[in-house]
Design a protein around this ligand. Structure first.
Ligand code: Z5A
Length: 212
């Protein structure tokens, strides 16, 4: 049952701390939905392939240094440069499973004590997700998973601040999932909410804008 061309795809965003399991779950969800015949793509932010994305990647790997507000705006620009493609894909019926989005932008920058409203402003007008899944894990448990590399934000003390920032963004519509459950159990929960979301979008839910 490939999505009919007149029905749009869903914008599904996965958020959470570093090592919470977003990437693992996003790729499992894409395989599952593709297997059901839906048109689905996995996206991630930052998209390190663009010119802006390369600047972000250099900053994250400590190869360059930028003012906190400048890097915040680059992360936002990285979403803006993909906005029209995102809208085209959704309108053509492709569902996008997105690993990090504007909430990461606001949570990570406001964890550096930038003003929360200032952080939200450049995100206004981007497409609003149809579903946000937050993979909930304590910073300590996430750190135990290992693999913290040398990237700038991969430090326990900073991740604790990010967790507090995310809590300020929580919305009743978010699906909060216990990210310490076995991978397969989380996968099962995500399948159910994602399918519900796809049906809602197929039935004609309109695209809307973030924080407008
Ligand atoms: N950032 C920002 O500041 N502003 C922005 O606007 C945006 C991002 C968009 C780069 O992100 C950094 O950019 C990020 C936020 C900031 N900094 N941090 N921290 P990234 O996307 O390149 O990297 P990441 O998302 O933080 O990390 P990741 O390595 O991709 O982690 P993950 O996707 O959440 O997890 P994973 O790779 O699926 O799993 C991690 C490990 O845990 C792996 O060994 C798995 O096998 C294991 N795992 C996964 N699930 C489980 C369960 N359920 N049980 C046990 N073990 C598990």
């Amino acid at each position: 049952n490939r999505l009919k061309s007149h029905s749009r795809g869903a914008l599904i965003v996965l958020e959470g701390l570093d090592r919470c399991g977003k990437t693992s779950q996003a790729s499992r969800l894409v395989s599952f939905l593709t297997g059901l015949g839906h048109a689905v793509e996995m996206w991630r932010f930052p998209d390190r392939t663009t010119v802006v994305g390369k600047m972000i990647s250099s900053y994250l790997s400590n190869r360059s240094h930028l003012d906190d507000r400048a890097i915040h705006l680059l992360f936002s620009a990285n979403r803006w440069e993909k906005r029209s493609l995102m809208e085209d894909k959704l309108r053509c019926g492709t569902t996008l499973i997105v690993d990090r989005y504007s909430y990461s932008g606001v949570a990570f920058s406001s964890a550096k004590e930038l003003d929360l409203l200032w952080c939200k402003t450049p995100e206004k007008g981007l497409l609003a997700p149809d579903l946000v899944v937050y993979l909930d894990i304590s910073p300590e448990k996430a750190a135990e998973r290992g693999g913290y590399g040398g990237e700038r934000y991969e430090q326990l003390e900073f991740q604790k601040k990010v967790a507090q920032s995310y809590h300020k963004l929580f919305d009743a519509s978010w699906k909060i999932v216990d990210a310490t459950l076995p991978i397969e159990e989380i996968e099962e929960q995500l399948r159910d909410v994602a399918l519900d979301c796809l049906v809602t979008c197929q039935k004609g839910k309109s695209l809307s804008q973030l924080w407008s």
